[in-house]
Design a protein around this ligand. Sequence first.
Ligand code: ATP
Length: 198
Amino acid sequence: MLVIGLTGLIGSGKTTVANLFAQLGAKIIDTDVIAHQLTAKNGAALALISAEFGQDILDSSGELNRARLRELVFSDELQRERLEQLLHPLIFAAVQQEMLAVNNASYIMLVVPLLFRSPKYLALTQRNIFVDCDYPQLVQRLAVRSNLTQVQIDAILAQQVSRVEQLALADDIIENNGETQSLTAAVKCLHQKYLLLR
Ligand code: ATP
Protein backbone atom coordinates (compact mmCIF):
# COMPACT_ATOMS: atom_id res chain seq x y z
CA MET A 1 0.00 0.00 0.00
CA LEU A 2 1.17 3.54 -0.70
CA VAL A 3 2.63 5.18 2.41
CA ILE A 4 2.91 8.97 2.67
CA GLY A 5 4.94 10.71 5.38
CA LEU A 6 3.59 13.92 6.91
CA THR A 7 5.73 16.29 8.91
CA GLY A 8 6.09 19.95 9.88
CA LEU A 9 7.24 22.20 12.68
CA ILE A 10 5.40 22.36 15.98
CA GLY A 11 1.95 23.87 15.50
CA SER A 12 2.29 24.04 11.72
CA GLY A 13 -0.98 22.14 11.25
CA LYS A 14 0.03 18.46 10.92
CA THR A 15 -2.99 17.19 12.85
CA THR A 16 -5.37 19.53 11.03
CA VAL A 17 -4.01 18.39 7.66
CA ALA A 18 -4.03 14.70 8.68
CA ASN A 19 -7.70 15.00 9.68
CA LEU A 20 -8.54 16.36 6.22
CA PHE A 21 -6.73 13.44 4.55
CA ALA A 22 -8.55 11.03 6.86
CA GLN A 23 -11.90 12.45 5.70
CA LEU A 24 -10.88 11.58 2.14
CA GLY A 25 -10.05 7.96 3.01
CA ALA A 26 -6.42 7.92 4.17
CA LYS A 27 -5.53 5.83 7.21
CA ILE A 28 -3.66 8.10 9.61
CA ILE A 29 -1.00 6.68 11.89
CA ASP A 30 0.26 9.48 14.14
CA THR A 31 3.39 8.82 16.22
CA ASP A 32 2.39 11.54 18.72
CA VAL A 33 -0.96 9.83 19.29
CA ILE A 34 0.83 6.48 19.75
CA ALA A 35 3.34 8.03 22.18
CA HIS A 36 0.42 9.41 24.17
CA GLN A 37 -1.32 6.02 24.27
CA LEU A 38 1.88 4.26 25.34
CA THR A 39 2.35 6.69 28.22
CA ALA A 40 -1.29 6.68 29.35
CA LYS A 41 -2.13 5.06 32.67
CA ASN A 42 -2.17 1.49 31.43
CA GLY A 43 0.15 2.10 28.50
CA ALA A 44 3.07 -0.24 27.83
CA ALA A 45 5.69 2.48 28.40
CA LEU A 46 4.56 3.84 31.76
CA ALA A 47 6.16 1.17 33.95
CA LEU A 48 9.39 1.44 31.98
CA ILE A 49 9.45 5.22 32.37
CA SER A 50 8.89 5.08 36.11
CA ALA A 51 11.56 2.36 36.43
CA GLU A 52 14.01 4.57 34.51
CA PHE A 53 13.18 8.00 35.97
CA GLY A 54 11.79 7.08 39.39
CA GLN A 55 8.31 7.01 40.89
CA ASP A 56 8.43 10.83 41.19
CA ILE A 57 7.67 11.01 37.50
CA LEU A 58 4.13 9.82 38.30
CA ASP A 59 1.51 11.91 40.03
CA SER A 60 -0.51 10.77 43.04
CA SER A 61 -3.03 8.93 40.85
CA GLY A 62 -0.31 6.96 39.07
CA GLU A 63 -0.52 8.96 35.85
CA LEU A 64 2.52 10.33 34.08
CA ASN A 65 3.38 13.83 35.23
CA ARG A 66 3.93 15.13 31.69
CA ALA A 67 4.97 18.63 32.76
CA ARG A 68 7.65 17.17 35.04
CA LEU A 69 8.96 14.80 32.36
CA ARG A 70 8.99 17.61 29.77
CA GLU A 71 10.95 19.80 32.19
CA LEU A 72 13.42 16.98 32.87
CA VAL A 73 14.17 16.10 29.26
CA PHE A 74 13.88 19.53 27.67
CA SER A 75 16.93 21.05 29.30
CA ASP A 76 19.03 17.89 29.57
CA GLU A 77 20.09 16.10 26.41
CA LEU A 78 21.19 12.97 28.25
CA GLN A 79 17.78 12.57 29.87
CA ARG A 80 16.10 13.15 26.54
CA GLU A 81 18.21 10.41 24.97
CA ARG A 82 17.27 8.04 27.82
CA LEU A 83 13.59 8.71 27.21
CA GLU A 84 13.93 8.40 23.44
CA GLN A 85 15.83 5.10 23.70
CA LEU A 86 12.99 3.76 25.77
CA LEU A 87 10.06 5.14 23.80
CA HIS A 88 11.17 5.11 20.17
CA PRO A 89 11.36 1.33 19.68
CA LEU A 90 7.91 0.94 21.27
CA ILE A 91 6.44 3.64 19.03
CA PHE A 92 7.99 2.13 15.92
CA ALA A 93 6.71 -1.35 16.80
CA ALA A 94 3.21 0.06 17.31
CA VAL A 95 3.38 1.86 13.95
CA GLN A 96 4.37 -1.38 12.21
CA GLN A 97 1.56 -3.23 13.94
CA GLU A 98 -1.00 -0.59 12.91
CA MET A 99 0.28 -0.64 9.34
CA LEU A 100 -0.17 -4.40 9.15
CA ALA A 101 -3.76 -4.09 10.35
CA VAL A 102 -4.78 -1.59 7.62
CA ASN A 103 -7.00 -3.23 5.04
CA ASN A 104 -9.51 -0.67 3.90
CA ALA A 105 -7.88 2.65 3.10
CA SER A 106 -6.82 4.58 0.02
CA TYR A 107 -3.29 4.81 1.41
CA ILE A 108 -1.51 5.15 4.73
CA MET A 109 -0.29 8.47 6.09
CA LEU A 110 2.40 8.42 8.79
CA VAL A 111 2.59 11.58 10.90
CA VAL A 112 6.11 11.92 12.28
CA PRO A 113 7.30 15.28 13.70
CA LEU A 114 11.03 14.55 13.15
CA LEU A 115 10.51 12.55 9.95
CA PHE A 116 13.60 13.95 8.22
CA ARG A 117 15.78 12.81 11.13
CA SER A 118 14.19 9.35 11.21
CA PRO A 119 15.64 6.96 8.58
CA LYS A 120 13.47 4.09 9.86
CA TYR A 121 10.31 6.00 8.98
CA LEU A 122 11.72 7.38 5.74
CA ALA A 123 12.34 3.77 4.71
CA LEU A 124 8.57 3.16 5.03
CA THR A 125 7.33 6.16 3.06
CA GLN A 126 7.19 6.66 -0.69
CA ARG A 127 6.56 10.42 -0.57
CA ASN A 128 6.83 13.00 2.19
CA ILE A 129 4.73 16.10 2.82
CA PHE A 130 5.98 19.13 4.72
CA VAL A 131 3.24 21.33 6.21
CA ASP A 132 4.61 24.82 6.02
CA CYS A 133 3.44 27.70 8.15
CA ASP A 134 4.98 31.16 8.49
CA TYR A 135 6.63 31.93 11.81
CA PRO A 136 4.27 34.77 12.91
CA GLN A 137 1.23 32.62 12.10
CA LEU A 138 2.71 29.67 13.96
CA VAL A 139 3.46 31.78 17.06
CA GLN A 140 -0.07 33.20 17.00
CA ARG A 141 -1.75 29.79 16.67
CA LEU A 142 0.42 28.22 19.38
CA ALA A 143 -0.23 31.10 21.75
CA VAL A 144 -3.97 30.44 21.39
CA ARG A 145 -3.80 26.62 21.43
CA SER A 146 -1.13 25.91 24.01
CA ASN A 147 -0.55 29.20 25.78
CA LEU A 148 3.10 29.06 24.74
CA THR A 149 5.21 32.22 24.77
CA GLN A 150 7.43 33.18 21.85
CA VAL A 151 10.51 32.29 23.93
CA GLN A 152 9.14 28.80 24.62
CA ILE A 153 8.21 28.33 20.97
CA ASP A 154 11.71 29.42 19.87
CA ALA A 155 13.31 26.91 22.27
CA ILE A 156 11.19 24.09 20.83
CA LEU A 157 11.85 25.16 17.23
CA ALA A 158 15.60 25.17 17.91
CA GLN A 159 15.38 21.42 18.56
CA GLN A 160 13.50 20.68 15.35
CA VAL A 161 14.69 20.25 11.79
CA SER A 162 14.93 23.74 10.25
CA ARG A 163 12.16 24.93 7.96
CA VAL A 164 14.66 25.52 5.15
CA GLU A 165 15.98 21.95 5.36
CA GLN A 166 12.49 20.45 5.46
CA LEU A 167 11.37 22.53 2.47
CA ALA A 168 14.34 21.14 0.54
CA LEU A 169 13.74 17.52 1.58
CA ALA A 170 9.96 17.33 1.09
CA ASP A 171 8.37 15.89 -2.06
CA ASP A 172 5.15 17.84 -1.49
CA ILE A 173 4.57 21.04 0.45
CA ILE A 174 1.25 22.17 1.92
CA GLU A 175 1.19 25.84 2.81
CA ASN A 176 -0.99 26.46 5.86
CA ASN A 177 -1.11 30.20 6.40
CA GLY A 178 -4.64 30.82 5.25
CA GLU A 179 -8.16 29.70 5.99
CA THR A 180 -9.28 26.08 6.30
CA GLN A 181 -10.97 26.43 2.92
CA SER A 182 -7.72 26.86 0.99
CA LEU A 183 -6.10 24.15 3.09
CA THR A 184 -8.91 21.74 2.20
CA ALA A 185 -8.42 22.52 -1.50
CA ALA A 186 -4.66 21.84 -1.27
CA VAL A 187 -5.30 18.53 0.52
CA LYS A 188 -7.88 17.45 -2.08
CA CYS A 189 -5.43 18.20 -4.86
CA LEU A 190 -2.66 16.06 -3.29
CA HIS A 191 -5.16 13.32 -2.49
CA GLN A 192 -6.00 13.03 -6.21
CA LYS A 193 -2.31 12.78 -6.99
CA TYR A 194 -1.82 10.00 -4.42
CA LEU A 195 -4.78 8.04 -5.77
CA LEU A 196 -3.03 7.99 -9.14
CA LEU A 197 0.26 6.93 -7.55
CA ARG A 198 -1.16 3.88 -5.80
P1 ATP B 1 1.87 19.88 17.11
O1 ATP B 1 3.21 19.99 16.45
O2 ATP B 1 1.83 20.61 18.41
O3 ATP B 1 1.35 18.47 17.20
P2 ATP B 1 0.37 20.35 14.71
O4 ATP B 1 1.44 20.57 13.72
O5 ATP B 1 -0.33 19.04 14.71
O6 ATP B 1 0.84 20.70 16.18
P3 ATP B 1 -2.27 21.53 14.68
O7 ATP B 1 -2.58 21.03 16.06
O8 ATP B 1 -2.96 20.90 13.54
O9 ATP B 1 -0.68 21.53 14.45
O10 ATP B 1 -2.51 23.10 14.55
C1 ATP B 1 -2.00 24.00 15.54
C2 ATP B 1 -3.12 24.98 15.93
O11 ATP B 1 -3.40 25.80 14.81
C3 ATP B 1 -4.42 24.28 16.30
O12 ATP B 1 -5.04 25.01 17.30
C4 ATP B 1 -5.23 24.34 15.00
O13 ATP B 1 -6.61 24.31 15.24
C5 ATP B 1 -4.77 25.65 14.41
N1 ATP B 1 -4.80 25.67 12.95
C6 ATP B 1 -4.14 24.83 12.12
N2 ATP B 1 -4.38 25.13 10.83
C7 ATP B 1 -5.23 26.19 10.85
C8 ATP B 1 -5.87 27.00 9.82
N3 ATP B 1 -5.65 26.77 8.53
N4 ATP B 1 -6.67 27.98 10.22
C9 ATP B 1 -6.87 28.25 11.53
N5 ATP B 1 -6.31 27.55 12.54
C10 ATP B 1 -5.50 26.53 12.21
